[in-house]
Design a protein around this ligand. Structure first.
Ligand SMILES: CC(=O)N[C@H]1[C@@H](OP(=O)(O)OP(=O)(O)OC[C@H]2O[C@@H](n3ccc(=O)[nH]c3=O)[C@H](O)[C@@H]2O)O[C@H](CO)[C@@H](O)[C@@H]1O
Length: 357
């Protein structure tokens, strides 16, 4: 059988990159695959693609996000740069001749999707957030299908809603068991594990609030153990006096720890939320109130509706409130979500169905 050739784009942050990785890894398990990945030069996807993919050609593009509000004059230069990148993309796609393009949105998808549409390459978009991003909404007209993570987003595609299919947000496969995770962290298996993460770049707001909480816990008697992802630029020494906290700047396979956590304290980034939902974890979500159109709040509320967690708005966060929510969450039983099929399987099934028409 001929190789399945797939062009990919989506990155910058983990929220866009990990869903692509989850789909690509599963495609490679099922088919003989070859990938062409358009990355954002210098960003997470650009740094990781060569290590995460077996057979891949990486094309870094020199693209930047638009400055909001989007009608700023400085955006004209950015748009021109994107159009220039379209030429590079077109040449690469012509050479590689992919069976289809899979894109997880974000600004890099503009030159890539536009070039693919000019070459009549089937285009599949994935939207992680409850409120679709600008790129996916603008590019919906070129798509064969749009996979959405929340049912609520289908109607947000307006006249292209008929292309949207609810699949969920694909998450990376988990390989480690609970013993392995606790062993690696040198944590006690009889005590709860709480994973703290502020999205793929960390959150200084969450770090600050958690430090206040750790101070409170220090003077109280609790058995919690925290794996805390600080992000770059945070001083690890601030956390050293708390023996029940282990910090890391970044861990590439954080999903393995999320999957085994008794509780997750997180921002409302769509892929973090997807991991909490798919691994059926409990969570306390503090949405970042600077997210475009407040989309993190909308992601978080859906998780709350599923009975998997509670949302605390930034203005309301105090150490005392966090502590009471932690105690409360850990004392409750999780409601089990019945995921009929994994998002990654649903996406692949849909693509195969479309491609064999
Ligand atoms: C600041 C920002 O622009 N955030 C957006 C970004 O999220 P951002 O990329 O920050 O975060 P998400 O929460 O969506 O995803 C984070 C991903 O990174 C992983 N991870 C994180 C830390 C770590 O050390 N190791 C690790 O593997 C998590 O397990 C998860 O898979 O894209 C998301 C999806 O479009 C949006 O919903 C977010 O609003």
């Amino acid at each position: 059988m001929a190789k399945l050739k797939v062009a990919l784009c989506g990155g910058g942050t983990g929220g866009h990159y990990y869903p692509i990785l989850a789909v690509a890894q599963r495609l490679s398990e099922k088919f003989d695959t070859e990938f062409l990945y358009f990355t954002i030069a210098g960003r997470l996807d650009d740094k990781r693609v060569d290590q995460d993919f077996a057979e891949v050609k990486k094309i870094p593009l020199n693209v930047h996000g638009l400055i909001r509000p989007i009608y700023k004059p400085s955006n004209v230069g950015i748009v021109i740069k994107h159009l220039m990148q379209t030429r590079i993309v077109k040449k690469e796609l012509q050479e590689f001749r992919p069976d289809f393009l899979f894109s997880s949105g974000g600004y890099i998808s503009f030159p890539v999707v536009l070039a693919a549409s000019k070459l009549n390459i089937p285009i599949y978009l994935h939207e992680q957030n409850a409120l679709p991003g600008m790129a996916n909404k603008k590019l919906a007209k070129y798509a064969t299908a749009i996979f959405v993570s929340f049912k609520e987003s289908i109607e947000k595609f307006g006249k292209f809603s008929h292309k949207a299919r609810f699949t969920g947000n694909p998450v990376r496969r988990v390989y480690k068991n609970r013993e392995e995770v606790f062993e690696e962290l040198k944590f006690d298996m009889s005590k709860p594990l709480i994973v703290v993460m502020g999205g793929s770049q960390g959150s200084s707001f969450i770090n600050k609030k958690m430090l206040e909480l750790y101070e409170l816990i220090n003077s109280d008697k609790h058995d919690f153990q925290f794996l805390h992802i600080t992000g770059r630029g945070e001083d690890p020494q601030k956390f050293e006096k708390y023996s029940f906290v282990k910090t890391f700047e970044y861990i590439y396979d954080l999903h393995e720890y999320v999957a085994k956590a008794d509780l997750v304290i997180s921002r409302g980034g769509a892929t973090s939320i997807a991991e909490i939902v798919n691994y059926n974890r409990r969570a306390i979500v503090i949405p970042w109130n600077g997210a475009a159109e407040n989309h993190q709040y909308h992601n978080a509320v859906i998780l709350e509706k599923l009975g998997l967690g509670c949302v605390i708005l930034e203005d309301a966060v105090t150490a005392e409130l966090l502590l009471s929510r932690i105690v409360n969450s850990l004392s409750r039983k999780t409601s089990t979500i019945h995921v009929l099929k994994e998002p990654v399987e649903l996406i692949i099934e849909n693509i195969i169905r479309e491609e064999s028409r």
